[in-house]
Structure formats: structure tokens, C-alpha cells
Ligand binder design. Structure first.
Ligand code: NAG
Ligand code: NAG
Ligand code: NAG
Ligand code: NAG
Length: 938
């Protein structure tokens, strides 16, 4: 009827894959939500960009000023004109300059408080009258003296007929304002600072004001006289030293600053040669990232003009003048502020987006572990390899979809972060990272036992990594003083290696926005830090996978996660254990009951000549858990020999901790026996477990079901694991739904989370029975059920028993009696007795229980009566007139008892009386008690 070829790797992987698919289909909305998260976040980024565009990039302040020059009737503007004349100073930076205005060539001089105090010992500082120092040197000192005298004009020349700048060209005008970004203005003119005229000697009325026109704007400037001082130095080295030392700042308080305006070295200048070297200060104050166009005024031309003029006058006499009217910048087009805010905040944002998958993966892995779904799948033969591969593949697919959606949304919406960088590089980067992320989730899943804890920890990791990256790591990256090796070390933290990659992408996107360079391309792979990040991610990925594999191995097989840390010099406990066991088994042979010995002999015979009549054969099975923390080793199962034939239901009774679950775990391949063999259908559980699984079903003590999957889907999944396919599968599922009456009213298609306890239990039983396994283990199948449901379940099991060997553990004697053909009572890992319920009762009970209640003065009479019926009767219970006796069966005939009671009733008053056969419960208690007492003595 069914195909009992064992399910191969692919079949199992397929079963799990389809189960996961259904599971995820159930969770379709949370999946869709997950995948559209990138969409929302990209929208958010675009929203921020749009807001920034309207508020900053396109705000009136950040573009060339305009004015309405023609209004129509209803007040609307018909024509606007934009240009410098309508702009504020700030706006002017963005205007087109088809014809840049002429600029006054100014000289830069130090501010009064930083000027050189050479000779005057600082007294001029207090008065604010320090001269502007110009240092001069050259090969010929007498020539140098002449030239330096010619450098400065003695008077301020002002011609009333104001023709543009010509007037001012006669004078050496200077400013203390920084030579900042000019926007095609000379900051010395439009700032509030006065203009200085440098003269060798200032007259008493030095200051005059005049209106100064620098088209198209008009400025009113005050011109002040400032004393210029030319000092000879012996050589250029001296000048260098002086400037270097003069620029020395000591701490924050005392600043020894002696700035000179400029210095000239006239070298070998003579009548025929004019050779000059000029010192000037071009210290830049750093650059603004947001400024899209940087123009710095270089105030050098005036310095050159001064020297040339001085030389000209030396050659041609004092009347000669070389006028320097103006300087003029190159024309420029209208510009706009184009700040790509999305790329600037992109790294932190996208770090969050990509890390957001981590909690999802981790939580889902820990959930399966927490709900012990992993164990039950393993019991049904789903090995580690298919489980990990399908889980990995599944998370990889989801993550890849997520990333692809992110890239598509991001590009479609127009985020430059995605558009400007090479797509293949981005994809490979994200792809590598999500692989690393999945492996980390696998590794960490063994560290958590509760899904809630795992998810909280994972979210802390996500937000922590983003913040760490954005507010700490980025500053370290941009600050040039932070050691690069530490940056590398920080990148070993996965969140930061992701951040670094995203940061590089955003930098390249920004650069492209600003000055049109390439975005990130493969050719930049090693220039940027991308190579470093890629290698870190790949290496960590492999290491994490190996570690995850190891941790899973260890945590599922042994209880010691750090096996390799165990002290190798510690004496192994095994020799001691051996002797202990040998001793134990000697005792057990001596003590073993006849029925147990018989069973052992049967098994020994079966082991010699294998037959298929017995589905389960266990030969001398032992399981010893090594001792821990100084406790002796625990012998969970000792010398168990058992044969269960097909169509038989074997009931395992025993007190808690007797080793029933250990036995079932061994039989289902979860743990390996310490010694002995177990054959299922003639296949060894140690070697052929894969084949065994196809013929095996398990119904665990607790319902291990997926809340969101329906009953039918559960059965389909487990049916596939049993290698059922196509119509066979559907038929088997329908049948088993019918068998456990989960068929009517669409129950089969409701999620299992909504089932009542009885329905869940029936589903668990149905799962264990699907695919007509030859062997089924049931661990307390009816615990916690109401009597009606229990009856229902029993009928199902009873029907299934026909072709199947069932091993069933239970605490309910009623269940054992109803379902089981044979029973074994298990105490302390050892089988104490075995036989069918009737036999056991006969053997261990072997007596009737006689109860009688009278008034207390007749108690003696009752005792007499019982003695009369059977001299061997034993009183087992006595309280306030009620007495209970055990009467050996062979001593009495029931009719004798009735006669005796009738006679007694006539003598004294009998309130109540009863005669009962022994129950299985009595047997159980008796066996458990005697063997436990024995074990205490042995
Ligand atoms: C130095 O310059 C002066 C003035 O031009 C000139 O007379 C003199 O010969 C020069 N001295 C030397 C050593 O070149
Ligand atoms: C002043 O201007 C007049 C005519 O514009 C010119 O002749 C005269 O030389 C100028 N004065 C000076 C000192 O340049
Ligand atoms: C510069 O040279 C003159 C004459 O040669 C000398 O007296 C003076 O000490 C020198 N100055 C320095 C600072 O060396
Ligand atoms: C050069 O200019 C900067 C900025 O104005 C100033 O801080 C520095 O002291 C100047 N250096 C010298 C040698 O004058």
C-alpha cells in the first residue's frame, strides 16, 4: 500500500521546503510587510530629501535672487528677472556671472593684535598701533634698501573726478579680512572692516571716508592709514625662521603671534635682472562639504605689483608708476545648492534597514527550538543537513528578495545612493553581508532558548549598530588622527563592516553629485576601503558557519558546549563505571523475574535468526549518562531486552524518571545507546536510522505543532517526510483525518493553534500514524484529555494497532489495560516484569480485596470472619470501622465469601461491604515498591 523506500535527502528537503512555504504563506502579511519595509524606508528617505530640497536646496536663500518685473492685471507675475542686482550677498553666490565685476586688488595684512611687535616690545599692541611689517632680503643690501623704500607710497592720492577704480590704483590698499570664499566679491570691500592705506608715516588726520562703487553694488568704505615698516634681514633663512617662530601659539592663553604682512627676497636683482621671491599666507580654513563651488581669493597680484613697481621706480625714477587697476575672476554659470541629504544620512538608515532582517531570522530559529519543533522534526527523520540547508536557503531567498526590493525601490524613487554606484558591486556587497548575517543568526540561535529574549537582544544589536556607526565610527573614519589599524579592528564587528561599506557608497554618490566624478565602480574596489570590507565579510562568513555547525552539533548531541575545554588530564570515569555496571548486572540476573528472563531468551533467539515477525527487537540496551558535578553516572536504561511484534501494543509503565523517555529517545535516534542493539524492522537504529525513520512514527508527550499551520498541512508535511507522494499522500492524509475525526466542519483547515487540547492530541496521534509506519512510539498519548476525547483517541489507536507495533508509555492504568496487549513495568531503568495485563494481575495481584464497614465494636468480629474464610488473609487498611483485607485467590471461592457475609449480617450490623479483584494499579504499586526497596539494599 505504501512505499517504504526511505526518504532521501531531497525528499526531506522538499518536504521541509514546502512546509516552510505554507508556513510563510500563512504569515504572508508579515512577510509582505517585511519586504515592503525597504519601500517605506526609501520613501521616508525621499521624503527627507524632498523636504530638504524645498527648505534648503531650493530655498530663496540658496539661489540667485529674482524679482518680478512685470505684473499682469490680477497681480500675478508675468516676467521675472534674476541676477546679481536682485540678490542678497548670500544669494549672489549662486548667480550667473557672465561678466564678473572688476575687483580691487587688495593686500592682506595681519590684524592689529597679531601683528609683529619687532622692536617695540609689545607696547604698540596695547595701543593697537603696531605697524604692518614687510621683511626684505636680497643679495645686494644697498639695492634692497632702495627697493624697500619704493615699496610704499608716502601719501594717499585721491582724485575727485571719480573714474572707477583708477583713483585707488595709486595707493596700496589693504584689508585684514580673511580671503574667504568670495562669490565674486572682495570680502575686504563688502565686510564692515575698514580699508587700510599703508604709508611709511601716518599724518595726524589719517582717516577719510568715501563711497566706493564696485558695480553693481555700492559700498561706503572708510579708509584708514596704517604704518608700514620695511625691515632688512640678512638672508631668506632668517625670514623663514622669523615667520615660523612668530606663528607660534603656546597653549590657549598666551599666544605669541608675530605675523608679518609679507616678505620679499630680491635675490640677485640688479639693473639688468629682476628676480624676486615672495612669501604669502594661503592657509585654508578647511572646506565645507555643503558648499558646491569653492573659490578662494588669492591676494597675491598686489604683492607682485608692489615689487615690480618698486623696481620700475629704481630703474626709471620716482615718477614712474605701474598702475594696477583691478583683478577679475573668470565668468561662471548660475549654480544651485545640490546637497544629497539622502546619501548623507543613507549609511545609518540603510544599516538599520539591512540589519532589520537579523531579528526576524534569529527569532524564527529560536522559536522552532523553543517550541521543540526541531526535536519532533528530527524524530520524524528530518536530519540536520536538510534542516540547515533548507532554512539557510529560505532565509537567503527572503533576504535576497528584501535587498533586491530595496535596490529597486531605492533606484526607482531616485535615490542617488543606489543610482550612482555600480549595481553589481552593491548587490554583491549586500549579498555577502546577508550571508554573514544568516550565519550569525544560526550561530546565536544556539545561545538563546527563548524567542522573546532573542528578539530583544537582536533589536538592541540592530539599533545599537546603526547608532554606533553613525555617531562614533563615522567620526573616527573622518578624523584623520584615529589609527587606521583600530578602524580595521572595529570593522571586524559585523554591524560596522556593513556601515563602512554603506559609508563608502554614500561618499562616492556624494562626490558624483558634487563634481560629477564616477560613482563607486569596480575600479575603485581597492582605492576605497571596499576590498577590506569584502574580505572581512567573506572570512567572517566562513568562520561563523563553521562555528555555527559546531555549536549545533554540540548542543544537540551532548550537554557540554565546550567539549574541547574539558580537562584532558582529568581521570576518565569510565573504568570505575564499568566495574559498577558489571556488579549491577550480576545482581540483576540474580534478581530478574522469570518473565523478564523469558523475554531475554526470546530476544537472544531472535537475534540469532532474524525474522520479520517482530517489528522491534532490543537486545541488552543500556544508556548511561556520564556523571556530572561529582554525581555518579546515571544509568537511565539497563540491560533492556524486549521484542514487540507487528500488530502488538506494548505498554510501558513506570514511575517518573524510570527511563521510559530515555528508551524512546534511543529508539527514535535522538540519543545513541551506550551499549546494546536495537533493531526496528531488522534495521539497526545506530546505522540505518535513515531507513528506520520512514517506517516510524512518534507521538510526543506534548503537542509539538506549528500554531499557524492547519491539521492537513501538518499531515502533508510529515507524510512527505515518510516519502509519500502525489495521490498516495493525499489519500493517506484524508484517511488519517477521517480516522481521528478531524474531518468535519473544515476543522482540518483551521490553524492548529485554534484547536482544543483533544484535537491537538488527536492530530499528534494522526501525525505519528501517517504513512502507516511499522513502528509507533507514543509518549502518554491521552494525558490531559476529558474522558470522551480519551475514548475517542483510544479508538483511533486501537484501530491503528492492526498493522503496527506500538510502544506506549502511560501513567493511566485504564489506558494500559484498554490498549495494550502486553505491559512492562519499568523501574530504575530496568524492566521489572512483563506480560499481558491479566497475567500480571494474576501474578502480582493474586488476591481479592475484601472491604467491610461496621461500627467499631464489631471490628473483631469482622477479623474473625475473614480468618474463617482464609487463614492467610492480610489486613492492609483499617480506619474507624472500615477494614480492608487481601485474601489470596487460591484460598477462597467467591460463593464462600458471600455465605460468610450473609451469616455475619445476621449477627451484627454491616454498613457496607465489597469484594474486588486486584487492579493493575495495585500491581504497579506493588512492583514499583518492591523493586525500589530492593534497589535500595543492593
Ligand atoms: C649693489 O647695488 C648698487 C645699486 O644698484 C650697485 O651700485 C652696486 O654695484 C651693487 N653691488 C654689487 C656687489 O653688486
Ligand atoms: C586727477 O585726474 C585728472 C583728470 O582726470 C588728471 O589729469 C590728474 O593727473 C589726476 N591726478 C592724479 C594725482 O593722478
Ligand atoms: C646681519 O649682517 C650684519 C652685517 O653683516 C651683522 O652685523 C648682523 O649681526 C647680521 N644679523 C644677523 C641676525 O645675523
Ligand atoms: C596665515 O593665515 C592664517 C589664517 O588667517 C593665520 O591663522 C596664520 O597665523 C597665518 N600665518 C602667518 C605665518 O602669518
Amino acid at each position: 500500500m505504501t512505499n517504504h523506500v526511505s526518504a532521501g535527502f531531497l525528499t526531506r528537503a522538499n518536504a521541509l521546503f514546502r512546509k516552510n512555504l505554507t508556513f510563510q504563506k500563512r504569515n504572508i502579511w508579515s512577510n509582505v510587510r517585511l519586504i515592503v519595509i525597504p519601500f517605506y524606508l526609501c520613501l521616508l528617505l525621499v521624503g527627507i530629501q524632498v523636504l530638504f530640497d524645498t527648505q534648503v536646496n531650493n530655498s530663496a536663500d540658496n539661489r540667485c535672487g529674482c524679482q518680478c518685473i512685470l505684473k499682469n492685471g490680477d497681480g500675478k507675475c508675468e516676467r521675472k528677472s534674476c541676477g546679481l542686482q536682485y540678490s542678497s550677498i548670500k544669494q549672489a553666490a549662486f548667480c550667473a556671472f557672465p561678466n564678473p565685476p572688476p575687483l580691487l586688488p587688495l593686500l592682506h595684512i595681519p590684524r592689529p593684535e597679531t601683528r609683529s611687535v619687532d622692536g617695540s616690545r609689545g607696547s604698540c599692541r596695547r595701543r593697537g598701533s603696531c605697524p604692518v611689517t614687510i621683511l626684505v632680503t636680497g643679495n645686494n643690501q644697498s639695492l634692497g634698501a632702495i627697493l624697500s623704500r619704493n615699496l610704499l607710497r608716502t601719501s594717499f592720492t585721491m582724485n575727485s573726478s571719480d573714474i572707477f577704480l583708477r583713483n585707488l590704483a595709486y595707493n596700496v590698499l589693504s584689508t585684514t579680512s580673511e580671503a574667504d570664499y568670495t562669490n565674486f566679491r572682495e570680502p575686504g570691500i563688502y565686510s564692515d572692516l575698514p580699508i587700510f592705506n599703508i604709508q611709511p608715516r601716518c599724518k595726524s588726520t589719517p582717516n577719510l571716508s568715501f563711497s566706493f562703487r564696485q558695480p553693481p553694488l555700492k559700498f561706503y568704505k572708510e579708509v584708514r592709514c596704517v604704518r608700514g615698516l620695511n625691515l632688512w634681514r640678512n638672508n631668506s633663512k632668517e625670514i623663514n625662521d622669523e615667520i615660523y617662530k612668530g606663528n607660534y601659539r603656546q597653549g590657549n592663553h598666551e599666544e605669541i603671534i608675530n605675523e608679518v604682512a609679507t616678505a620679499y627676497d630680491f635675490l640677485d636683482t640688479d639693473r639688468n635682472n629682476f628676480n624676486v621671491a615672495i612669501w604669502y599666507n594661503s592657509t585654508d580654513k578647511g572646506e565645507f562639504k555643503m558648499q558646491d563651488r569653492r573659490v578662494k581669493m588669492v591676494r597675491v597680484p598686489r604683492l607682485v605689483n608692489l615689487a615690480s613697481n618698486a623696481y620700475l621706480q629704481f630703474l626709471r625714477g620716482p615718477g614712474t608708476k605701474m598702475l594696477f587697476d583691478f583683478v577679475k575672476e573668470m565668468p561662471k554659470q548660475e549654480t544651485r545648492l545640490r546637497v544629497d541629504i539622502a546619501s548623507i544620512i543613507g549609511p545609518i538608515f540603510l544599516t538599520w534597514v539591512i540589519l532589520l532582517l537579523f531579528p526576524v531570522i534569529l527569532t524564527s530559529l529560536v522559536y522552532e527550538k523553543q517550541q521543540r519543533l526541531r526535536i519532533i522534526m528530527k524524530m520524524h527523520g528530518l536530519g540536520d543537513a536538510p534542516y540547515w540547508m533548507v532554512s539557510y536557503a529560505y532565509f537567503l531567498v527572503i533576504s535576497t528578495l528584501y535587498i533586491v526590493c530595496l535596490m529597486i525601490f531605492g533606484s526607482a524613487i531616485g535615490l542617488k545612493f543606489f543610482r550612482y554606484n555600480d549595481y553589481s558591486m552593491q548587490f554583491i556587497f549586500y549579498f555577502l553581508y546577508i550571508n554573514l548575517q544568516i550565519s550569525i543568526a544560526f550561530l546565536l540561535s544556539s545561545a538563546f532558548s527563548r524567542a522573546e529574549t532573542a528578539s530583544v537582544a537582536a533589536y538592541i544589536y540592530v539599533f545599537g549598530s546603526g547608532l554606533l556607526g553613525g555617531f562614533l565610527f563615522q567620526f573616527m573614519l573622518e578624523g584623520l588622527t584615529f589609527p587606521r589599524s583600530w578602524i580595521f579592528v572595529m570593522q571586524l564587528y559585523p554591524g560596522l563592516s556593513l556601515y563602512r561599506g554603506l559609508y563608502e557608497f554614500s561618499e562616492y554618490a556624494l562626490k558624483k553629485t558634487l563634481n560629477g566624478s564616477d560613482g563607486m565602480k569596480w575600479k575603485h574596489f581597492s582605492d576605497s576601503a571596499m576590498d577590506e570590507v569584502f574580505y572581512i565579510i567573506i572570512i567572517e562568513w566562513f568562520l561563523t558557519l563553521i562555528a555555527a555547525y559546531y555549536m549545533d552539533r554540540v548542543s544537540s548531541s551532548a550537554k557540554y558546549p565546550f567539549v574541547f575545554l574539558k580537562n584532558p588530564f582529568k581521570k576518565s570515569p569510565s573504568p570505575k563505571m564499568h566495574s559498577f555496571r558489571r556488579q549491577g548486572s550480576a545482581v540483576s540476573i540474580e534478581m530478574e523475574k522469570l518473565d523478564v528472563i523469558e523475554e531475554r531468551e526470546k530476544v537472544e533467539k531472535l537475534m540469532l535468526e532474524p525474522s520479520t515477525s517482530h517489528a522491534i527487537v532490543c537486545d541488552n540496551l543500556n544508556k548511561v549518562y556520564p556523571g556530572r558535578d561529582g554525581n555518579p553516572p546515571k544509568m537511565a536504561v539497563q540491560g533492556l531486552s524486549l521484542a514487540v511484534s507487528a500488530g502488538e501494543c506494548f505498554g510501558m509503565l513506570g514511575p517518573n524518571g524510570a527511563g521510559k523517555t530515555s528508551f524512546i529517545n534511543m529508539m527514535t535516534g535522538l540519543v545513541k545507546p551506550t551499549s546494546g542493539t536495537a533493531l526496528v524492522q531488522g534495521l539497526d537504529t545506530c546505522n540505518d536510522m535513515d531507513k528506520v525513520y520512514t517506517n516510524m512514527g512518534v507521538c510526543p508527550q506534548h503537542d509539538l505543532l506549528w500554531e499557524t499551520l492547519s491539521g492537513r498541512e501538518h499531515l502533508l508535511f510529515y507524510g512527505r517526510l515518510k516519502n509519500l507522494k502525489g495521490s498516495d499522500l493525499n489519500q493517506a492524509v484524508e484517511e488519517s483525518l477521517k480516522n481521528v475525526s478531524l474531518f468535519r466542519g473544515g476543522v482540518a483547515d483551521r490553524p492548529a493553534g485554534k484547536y482544543s487540547g483533544g484535537m491537538k492530541r488527536r492530530l499528534s496521534v494522526a501525525i505519528s500514524l501517517i504513512g502507516s509506519p511499522k513502528v509507533v512510539y507514543m509518549d502518554e498519548p491521552s494525558t490531559g484529555l476529558d474522558p470522551a476525547s480519551r475514548m475517542n483517541l483510544w479508538t483511533v489507536i486501537k484501530r491503528a494497532k492492526k498493522h503496527t507495533a506500538i510502544i506506549l508509555t502511560t501513567h493511566s492504568m485504564e489506558e494500559a489495560e484498554f490498549l495494550c496487549d502486553r505491559l512492562g513495568i519499568f523501574v530504575d531503568g530496568r524492566l521489572q516484569c512483563i506480560g499481558n495485563p491479566k497475567e500480571l494481575k494474576g501474578r502480582y495481584g493474586g488476591s481479592y480485596v475484601f472491604t467491610m464497614t461496621t461500627s467499631s465494636e464489631h471490628e473483631k468480629d469482622v477479623e474473625m470472619l475473614v480468618q474463617h474464610v482464609s487463614p492467610n488473609a492480610k489486613k492492609v487498611y483499617h480506619i474507624a470501622g472500615t477494614q480492608k483485607f487481601e485474601i489470596p485467590k487460591e484460598d477462597v471461592r467467591i460463593s464462600d465469601v458471600f455465605q460468610a457475609v450473609e451469616k455475619a449480617k445476621s449477627n451484627f450490623k454491616v454498613f457496607a461491604w465489597g469484594l474486588a479483584d486486584t487492579t493493575l494499579e495495585d500491581v504497579f504499586i506493588k512492583v514499583a515498591r518492591t523493586s525500589q526497596t530492593f534497589n535500595v539494599f543492593s
